[in-house]
Design a protein around this ligand. Structure first.
Ligand code: XMP
Length: 517
């Protein structure tokens, strides 16, 4: 593998992802791992990540020079670059010249290993307070930036390379090329890693973790939990049971899609719990958004716990108790909640509406190091239906938080009918991949006057909320073509009698969130 040594940056997984993009297999290891252990993994190349530390800090993680003498090609990034310098006898200084954000690098040699085939000026993204003032002996300085005399170096003899900036972020225009040049030219590796390999590797890891035990998976029908379920199913077969809670807050056809398409494609053992009545009762008379969310989350836990007990009971197999809970946590979820191992739970809770604190299961999170597009690739590889793989995000609390006001069976029917039309028309206009998601919201407590067929109407407005986004942290409203909007509006007001007005939400996030509640 290509080992990415994590010096405590939130970039380590991103570097690993970039290595995968270069079609090479990568593994992230902590900087605390002894060099012998790293070498035991027989790395073909090593990338040292950036880190939040200054090489001067007391607790600064040091780099064992033995790693640089093992004959394995090494590429240092940012902190990793400086750690190399310190280990090899160069000088890192507090120059007072700090560089944060985008700057320009001047490349001295565009025929060098790292910069081959690139322009001599390139935009790079930096984040450093210390700078290398003197390169270690034998290192050829190949680039400089306004704040760093030594911004890149190479030694083809010892196969040691480094850059002060972050080639893994998109703001570094030639970043991927620099990394690939290291991997393919510097280390001489052959690009051969594919999504198929990635799926296989993940399946193997799950097999190892779960052993002979049973696992259950809380299925939402979304991409992440579906792909996680498919992976785990491939690993442990029918020792996995998926539980899908139909809380009645789903969109038209959603439960059926999971029951039919997903099961048909993957053959997983699926238990569908019909909890519609239970949810309607619990939500009766409640219109405060936070209260609704709490109720939906609480009921989910209860239904899910009961389902888990039933599974153990039904299988009557005490040799293999349900020990594991499968979650479709992705890497951005981990980052969002502050990184680290424990942090992953925060978003997982959020995903399913909250799992109990004293959860009796160990978590299996096979997608934890991946990004959404990679998850989609793995999903396609495992035969998860395209309709699920390309699904837009849908919140766990579902339509419950898209009815502004009390949630009732009638209102859910109205919203479901309008939502179905919107989804049909967006699909027809081939806009699904262009928009991140398009919540359809029923303003159940608002009425307005209209006229239809010579008569007065007094109906409810439907809000369209199409958004474009990279990661849902920020978003902009999508400029849908007028014809598409007109068609949607016409169909909703004609086909859904309770609705006499369709309005478009033209707010970005911030200040508006994507959902209305
Ligand atoms: P907001 O409304 O916060 O939404 O801008 C950001 C993204 O998260 C989704 N969302 C949720 N997903 N459980 C989920 O699994 C939730 O409780 C939840 N609330 C919002 C939302 O659809 C959007 O994609």
């Amino acid at each position: 593998p290509v080992l990415v040594v994590d010096f405590g940056a939130q970039y380590a997984q991103l570097i690993a992802r970039r290595v995968r993009e270069a079609s090479l297999y990568s593994e992230v290891v902590p900087h605390t791992m002894p060099v012998e252990e790293m070498l035991a993994k027989q790395p073909q190349a090593v990338v040292l990540s950036g880190g939040p530390s200054s090489v001067y800090a007391d607790e600064a993680p040091a780099l064992d020079a033995a790693l640089l003498e093992a004959g394995v090609p090494v590429f240092g990034i940012c902190y990793g670059f400086q750690a190399m310098v310190t280990a090899l006898g160069g000088t890192v200084e507090r120059t007072g010249l700090r560089e944060y954000g985008a700057t320009r690098a001047s490349v001295r040699d565009t025929t060098s290993t790292l910069f081959n085939g690139q322009p001599d000026e390139q935009s790079v993204w930096m984040s450093h307070g210390d700078s290398v003032s003197e390169a270690p002996e034998g290192m050829r300085v190949t680039a400089t930036t306004p704040g760093a005399e030594v911004a890149a170096f190479e030694d083809d003899e010892r196969k040691l390379y480094g850059v002060q900036w972050h080639p893994e972020v998109l703001h570094s225009t030639f970043g991927q090329r620099v990394l690939e040049n290291f991997l393919l030219r510097g280390a001489g590796l052959e690009a051969s890693w594919t999504p198929a390999n990635m799926a296989e590797e993940l399946v193997e890891q799950v097999r190892e973790q779960v052993g002979e035990s049973r696992a259950i998976c809380a299925m939402s029908g979304g991409v992440d939990s579906s792909v996680a379920a498919a992976l785990v199913h491939k690993a442990i077969g029918d020792r996995l049971t998926c539980v899908f809670v139909d809380h009645g807050l789903l969109r038209e056809g959603e439960a059926e899609q999971v029951e039919k398409d997903f099961v048909a494609a993957t053959g997983v053992d699926l238990v569908v719990v019909d909890a519609k009545e239970r949810y309607l009762e619990a939500l009766a008379g409640v219109s405060d958004p936070e209260e609704k969310r709490k109720i939906i989350g609480r009921e989910f836990i209860r239904v899910f716990e009961q389902a888990a007990r039933d599974i153990v009971h039904d299988r009557g197999d005490n040799e293999h108790p349900v020990e594991f809970l499968v979650q479709g946590t992705l890497y951005p979820d981990v980052v969002e909640s502050g990184g680290g191992t424990g942090a992953a739970n925060i978003k997982s809770h959020h995903n399913v509406g909250g799992l109990p604190e004293d959860l009796q299961f160990s978590l299996v999170e096979p997608l934890k190091a991946l990004f959404k597009d990679e998850v989609r690739q793995v999903g396609l590889e495992l035969g998860v239906p395209e309709g699920i793989v390309w699904r837009q995000p849908f919140p766990g609390p579902g339509l419950g938080i898209r009815i502004v006001g009390e949630v009732t069976a009638e209102r859910l029917d109205v919203l479901r009918a309008a939502d179905k039309i919107v989804r049909e028309e967006l699909t027809l206009a081939e806009l699904d991949r262009e928009i991140w998601q398009c919540p359809v919201v029923l303003l159940a407590d608002v009425r307005s006057v209209g006229v239809q067929g010579d008569g007065r109407t007094y109906g409810h407005p439907i809000v369209l909320r199409p958004v474009s986004s990279e990661d849902a942290m920020t978003a902009d409203w999508t400029r849908l073509p007028y014809e598409v909007l007109a068609k949607i509006s016409g169909r909703i007001t004609n086909e859904v009698p309770e609705v006499n007005r369709v309005v478009l939400d033209v707010t970005s996030k911030p200040p508006g969130t994507i959902e209305w509640e």
